[in-house]
Design a protein around this ligand. Structure first.
Ligand code: FAD
Length: 483
C-alpha cells in the first residue's frame, strides 16, 4: 500500500504584536510557506524593548482610562540573562559588525536594553519581517466567523476607521508585561504618600532624599532598590520570602536599605506597619509585584469574579482583577481566570480551536526568545500539516491532567504558566515535536549557572561569572550562524 501523506497546507495568518514573539512567529510562518500580516499598535517593532522615558498618567496602573505606555523598562536596565542564552537559537545575540556608524553597540555579556532592541531590529531586517509589519495598527477585535475564518478588525492609531479582514488563523503575541498586578494593602485609600508600579519606574531622580518602600523580591525589585539606594534617604523592601543569601533587617552593603516581611497596614499619618511590627514613615510605595496576563473578551461571570477576588495569596490579597476584554472573542472557549489562560494545550493551542488560534509566549520564568522560536515552529508546522497535533479529545485530556497536577500540588491558577520547574523538559518536548536540532546542553547549564549567580551575588552577577567555559562552547556553536 502506498503511504498516504498528509496534505500540505498554506494559510493566511494574522500575527498580533511585533515584539520578539511576533517577529519570530512571522518568520516561522513564512519559512513554512504561509503568508502573514503582523499587526503592531506601537510605532516601531521590538515590543517591550522599545524604551521611552514616558510614564502612564496613573503611575499605579489602576485607571482604565489612563494614558497607556507599553514600556516597562527603566533607563539603566541591563538584561538579566546572558546574551548567549537570550538570543534566538539560529540567530545568536552576538556582537555584530555595525553598518550604521551612529549606533554604537554594547558589547557586554549582559547588555543594556538598547542593544536588545537593535538585535530585534537586525533580526527583522535579516529575515525580511519588517515588510510584513503594519505599524501603528491596533487589533481591536478577533473572532471566528461561520466559514471557519477569523475576522480581524484593526485601526490605525490616528485614523478612526476600522478595517475588517479575514484570516485562516490567528497567532496572539501580545506579551504580558504591561498590565500591572497589584497587592492590596490595608488602609491604602487613606495613606497620603505617592504610589506607583515598577512598570512606570524610569530613573532614580524623583526619589532623591525620600523614604521609599518597594514591595516584591523579584529582579525588578532588586535592581530598582539598589539603584534608588544611591539617591533616596531610605529604601525598605517588603518581601514575602527571602532566600538563603538574604537577610531581614539592615542590608550589609548599604547604609540606607532594610528588608522587612510584608506590609500589614498603612495609615493616615503616612506610616507603614510591617508584619514584624516595625514602622516606617514613608513618602513612596512602589509595587514591584509583576504583571497580569492579557484578558479575553467574554461575558462577565459575576460569581467567578467574586470567587477570584476572594482568593488569598499569602499575606495579602490581589483583588484588582477587573476583566478587560480587549480584542479576543472566542465565544467563551478561551477564558482567563486569575492569570490562567485556558484551556491551552502545552500553553499554546486551545484544543477546540487548534491550530487556528494559538498563543506564543504565555509561559514565564524561562529564557523567552528560544521558547518563542520553538512554539512558533510548532504552530507554523501544525498549520502546514507537517506536524500532527493530537485529537481535540486527547489535547483536552492532557490539559485536564495538567490542571489536576497543579491543583494536587497546591499551586494557584496564577502559576499555571510558570514553567520554571520544567522549562527544559518543555523545550525538549517542543524540539521533538518540531523535529528541530536539540537544545544545546551549554544553554541549560548556563541558565542554571546564571540563576545561581543572581542569588549569590545579586550586585555583580552581570559583570562577574564563573561559567566562561560555557561562553566558549556557545561561541563555538554560534560560528555556523555567524560566518
Ligand atoms: P512584547 O515585547 O510585550 O510585545 C508585544 C507587542 O504586542 C507589543 O509591541 C505591543 O504593542 C503589541 N500589541 C499588544 N496588543 C496589541 C494589539 N491589540 N494590536 C496590535 N499590537 C498589539 N527577557 C529576556 O530574555 N531577558 C531579559 O533580560 C528580560 N528582561 C526583562 C525586563 C523587563 C522589565 C521586562 C518587562 C521583561 C523582560 N524580559 C526579558 C521579558 C521580555 O518580556 C521578553 O524577553 C520578550 O521581549 C517579550 O516579547 P513578546 O513579544 O512576548 O511581548
Amino acid at each position: 500500500m502506498p503511504l498516504e501523506l498528509p496534505s500540505i497546507e498554506f494559510h493566511h495568518v494574522a500575527v498580533i504584536g511585533a515584539g520578539a514573539s511576533g517577529l519570530v512567529a512571522a518568520r516561522e510562518l513564512r519559512r513554512e510557506g504561509h503568508t502573514a500580516v503582523v499587526f503592531e499598535r506601537g510605532d516601531q517593532i521590538g515590543g517591550v524593548w522599545v524604551y521611552t522615558p514616558e510614564v502612564e498618567s496613573d503611575t499605579l496602573g489602576v485607571d482604565p482610562h489612563r494614558t497607556f505606555v507599553h514600556c516597562s523598562l527603566y533607563e539603566s536596565l541591563r538584561t538579566n540573562l546572558p546574551r548567549q542564552v537570550m538570543g534566538f537559537r539560529d540567530y545568536p545575540f552576538v556582537v555584530r559588525e555595525d553598518d550604521d556608524h551612529e549606533r554604537s553597540r554594547d558589547t557586554r555579556r549582559f547588555p543594556g536594553h538598547r542593544d536588545v532592541l537593535m538585535y530585534l531590529q537586525d533580526f527583522a531586517r535579516e529575515f525580511g519581517i519588517d515588510e510584513l509589519v503594519r505599524l501603528e495598527t491596533e487589533v481591536v477585535y478577533v473572532g471566528m466567523v461561520e466559514s471557519g475564518k477569523w475576522k480581524v478588525k484593526s485601526r490605525k492609531r490616528c485614523g478612526s476607521a476600522i478595517m475588517e479582514e479575514y484570516f485562516d488563523a490567528v497567532v496572539v503575541c501580545v506579551g504580558h508585561y504591561w498590565e500591572p498586578r497589584l497587592a492590596e494593602i490595608s488602609g491604602i485609600d487613606l495613606w497620603p504618600g505617592k504610589q506607583m508600579h515598577s512598570h512606570n519606574y524610569r530613573i532614580p531622580e524623583p526619589f532623591r532624599d525620600k523614604v521609599v518602600i518597594l514591595i516584591g523580591n523579584s529582579v525588578s525589585a532588586n535592581d530598582i532598590s539598589r539603584e534608588i539606594a544611591g539617591t533616596a534617604k531610605e529604601v525598605h523592601l517588603a518581601c514575602r520570602t527571602v532566600n538563603e543569601h538574604q537577610t531581614m533587617g539592615k542590608q550589609a552593603v548599604y547604609n540606607n536599605m532594610w528588608c522587612h516581611p510584608m506590609i500589614k497596614s498603612v495609615h493616615e499619618d503616612g506610616t507603614v506597619l510591617f508584619q514584624d511590627g516595625s514602622v516606617v514613615l514613608a513618602d513612596f510605595i512602589m509595587q514591584c509585584t509583576g504583571y497580569r496576563k492579557f484578558h479575553v473578551q467574554h461575558k462577565i461571570n459575576r460569581e467567578l469574579n467574586e470567587r477570584i477576588k476572594d482568593i488569598i495569596y499569602g499575606p495579602f490579597t490581589f483583588t484588582r482583577y477587573k476583566y478587560h476584554f480587549p480584542f479576543l472573542d472566542t465565544n467563551g472557549i478561551v477564558t482567563v481566570q486569575d492569570n490562567r489562560v485556558g484551556p491551552l494545550y502545552k500553553h499554546v493551542f486551545p484544543p477546540e480551536l487548534a491550530p487556528w488560534l494559538s498563543f506564543v509566549g504565555l509561559a514565564w520564568k524561562v529564557a523567552p526568545f528560544p521558547m518563542f522560536e520553538l512554539q512558533s515552529k510548532w504552530i507554523a508546522g501544525a498549520l502546514h500539516n507537517r506536524i500532527a497535533l493530537p485529537s481535540q479529545k486527547k489535547m483536552m485530556a492532557d490539559v485536564k491532567a495538567f490542571y489536576s497536577s497543579l491543583e494536587a500540588s497546591g499551586k494557584p491558577y496564577r502559576y499555571t504558566h510558570n514553567i520554571s520547574e520544567y522549562q527544559f523538559e518543555y523545550i525538549d518536548w517542543l524540539v521533538a515535536q518540531c523535529g528541530a536540532p536539540a537544545h544545546e546542553e551549554w544553554r541549560k547549564q548556563m541558565y542554571a549557572a546564571t540563576k545561581k549567580s543572581k542569588i549569590t551575588r545579586p550586585n555583580s552577577y552581570r559583570d562577574e561569572w564563573e561559567d566562561q567555559h560555557l561562553v566558549w562552547q556557545a561561541n563555538q556553536d554560534f560560528i555556523k550562524f555567524t560566518v
